[in-house]
Design a protein around this ligand. Structure first.
Ligand SMILES: [Zn+2]
Length: 271
């Protein structure tokens, strides 16, 4: 359950500049524009995840189906739970999810603030996942979920003022390119908050549980180990992205990334 609100928070990290384009409301709206990569990696505090909407319920969008039946229009629809956001693909600057709520789960902080919110479908799935984990003796906590465009911009600008733009881009996502801005992503830790959004979270029993079971609830480990050249991000065992059960199951079973699911061009590295 949750209360509908609108807000945002978070930050991300990126590696290097690249061409990017903004995702429009339909598949052919990808314009070339200046952009760079960015992802999430919060210094302290956490980041989040997000989700969108059912790929099959995009009525009048251009279909753009690929040979494997994947509806590519969903990848470009900012309101789709299957939207693809990465260092090349950005959300429209004025995008703001319309159905943000506070998931009724444990977080590493008490305040009802922006980074506690997710889109309603993702929030419900998160509640089910945390409950399922507890049945297995795994106690999770949210660290950081939604982050508005303005929050991401403020964070990024702060880093630019401190370290210069080039360096800032190596650890913070360029505004519009953070998955946390979709309301479908969340950074998760164990209930003690240890190793939150840090490499040492990898290998913990919580990380292992998430890797094995998150897909059952519609989430994927968005930046898997060994897929850095495709996602553009290092392994982040804590960053979960809601994509819906059907897509999550497919991605989990095939051991692929969201980019590969859409046959998207790798964000960095060689194809
Ligand atoms: Zn994150």
């Amino acid at each position: 359950m949750a209360i509908v609100v609108m807000a945002g928070c978070g930050k991300e990290d990126s590696a290097k500049p690249s061409n990017s384009y903004v995702i429009g409301t339909n598949a052919d709206q990808s314009n070339n524009s200046e952009g760079k990569g960015a992802h999430e990696e919060e210094p302290k505090g956490g980041s989040g995840q997000s989700s969108g909407q059912d790929a099959e319920h995009n009525g009048d969008q251009p279909s753009g189906e690929s040979s494997n039946g994947v509806d590519k229009a969903a990848a470009a629809d900012p309101d789709s739970i299957a939207v693809l956001i990465n260092k090349e693909l950005a959300l429209p600057e004025d995008y703001e999810p319309s159905d943000l709520v506070y998931p009724d789960v444990r977080f590493t902080f008490k305040e009802k603030i922006e980074k506690r919110m997710m889109r309603s479908e993702a929030a419900k799935a998160l509640e089910e996942m945390f409950a399922g984990a507890e049945e297995d003796g795994i106690y999770l906590a949210g660290v950081s979920a939604y982050r508005s465009h303005s929050t991401q911009r403020s964070l990024f600008n702060r880093y630019v003022d401190r370290d210069g733009e080039e360096k800032a881009k190596t650890y913070s996502a360029v505004p519009g390119h953070s998955e946390h801005e979709t309301g479908l992503a969340i950074d998760v830790s164990g209930s003690d908050g240890k190793c939150a959004v840090e490499d040492c979270f990898g290998g913990t029993k919580e990380a292992e549980w998430l890797a094995q079971h998150s897909a059952e609830y519609g989430f994927i480990i968005r930046y898997p180990e060994g897929k850095e050249s495709i996602t553009g991000y290092k392994y982040e065992p804590w960053h979960l992205r809601y994509v819906g059960k059907e897509i999550a199951a497919d991605i989990f079973a095939r051991g692929i990334t969201l980019e590969e699911y859409y046959d998207a061009v790798p964000v960095s590295g060689t194809p």
